[in-house]
Ligand binder design. Structure first.
Ligand code: OFO
Length: 174
């Protein structure tokens, strides 16, 4: 059984993960509109991942005899300057999610809630992976260059990362 304080904080995290899913979906659509199909697939995959993160929280709250609430989600940003702007926005968003997870972990400790603390460790590892991935992509875009001639190669790279992720092998491409 989780405390009301923990339940509230976990429900806020549901909102954050759902918002992240919608942000990635909007990024996917923007990339598709710009003719970058590989990038669109990459962000669509991440949108689905974030939905999974959200649902994992929903299930946990219910399993822990709490009440999960599906909130209204924020309208995501739908326009970007370029693909580098998209990935940088994704990176900043992941950093905010990480900070939110850390706060939850701290709260679980002050509440002496070892079950929730244990549950949250999965998210701690996941955030490390996500931040590292976005940072590596930003570094690669810097190497490739952000000009219009580079878009094809950036798109190919994101498509390759997506395929690696789909195969379950992690982001070995980078
Ligand atoms: Fe679930 O926030 Fe990213 O991974």
């Amino acid at each position: 059984m989780i405390s009301k304080k923990i339940e509230k904080a976990l429900n806020e995290q549901i909102q954050m993960e759902g918002d992240a899913s919608n942000k990635y979906l909007a990024m996917s659509l923007w990339c598709d509109q710009e003719g970058m199909e590989g990038a669109a697939e990459f962000f669509l995959g991440h949108s689905e991942e974030e939905k999974f993160h959200m649902m994992k929280l929903v299930k946990y709250i219910q399993d822990a005899d709490g009440k999960a609430i599906i909130p209204a989600f924020a309208k995501p940003k739908n326009n970007y300057k370029n693909v580098e702007d998209v990935v940088k926005t994704a990176y900043t968003s992941e950093q905010k999610v990480t900070q939110s997870i850390y706060k939850l972990v701290s709260l679980s400790l002050t509440e002496n809630d070892h079950q929730t603390h244990n549950f949250l460790q999965w998210y701690v590892s996941e955030q490390l992976e996500e931040e590292a991935l976005m940072r590596k992509i930003i570094d690669k875009i810097k190497l490739i260059g952000g000009g219009p001639q580079s878009l094809y190669f950036i798109d190919e790279m994101l498509s390759a990362v997506h395929k690696e992720e789909e195969s379950g092998a992690g982001e070995e491409v980078l």
